[in-house]
Design a protein around this ligand. Structure first.
Ligand code: ATP
Length: 137
């Protein structure tokens, strides 16, 4: 018999989500990977992006700022620095963060931490994308 799969998403601040799901698609560092019930134990690094899960015929999106996914015993645990369900994303804040990052990257400053600005831009763009999915659902 197929067992249920539990998805738990945790940040240093809070438990973002704990649900029984049918499928999880996650933004692995080496590309997206999917998890169905009875998956083999697996540990993966995540990149900034959107995770999605299917439950009750619906697909839901959650922004994750990288981190790790631990899969064992029909449980997917995501540990991330920050994560938000698509419906909880503040679109205006993400737009402003995107603008700030773009402006920073456009400057030709010697001291500019390009990787940091790029990561901020990536987070903002992923948040906007997750919010867009939510609007379309
Ligand atoms: P900002 O510059 O707007 O703070 P950031 O990408 O630097 O964006 P993070 O460091 O990833 O922000 O997150 C800091 C905290 O703010 C986390 O708790 C995160 O969940 C929350 N957060 C950041 N941006 C948003 C957003 N657009 N909507 C909802 N929560 C957000």
């Amino acid at each position: 018999m197929e067992k249920a799969l539990t998805l738990e998403i945790v940040t240093p601040d809070k438990l973002v989500l704990s649900e029984t799901v049918d499928y999880v698609g996650a933004p692995g560092y080496e590309g997206e990977f999917g998890v169905l019930p009875n998956h083999i134990p697996f540990l993966a690094a995540l990149q900034i992006g959107n995770l999605y899960y299917k439950a009750g015929g619906r697909t839901n999106y959650v922004f994750v700022s990288g981190g790790f996914a631990d899969i064992s015993n029909n449980k997917v645990t995501i540990l991330a620095e920050s994560a938000e369900k698509a419906e909880e994303i503040d679109v205006e804040r993400a737009r402003k963060a995107k603008e700030r990052a773009e402006q920073r990257m456009a400057q030709q400053k010697e001291k500019l931490d390009y990787a940091r600005a790029q990561a901020a831009l990536q987070r903002a763009m992923s948040r906007l994308k997750a919010a867009q999915h939510e609007k379309a659902a």
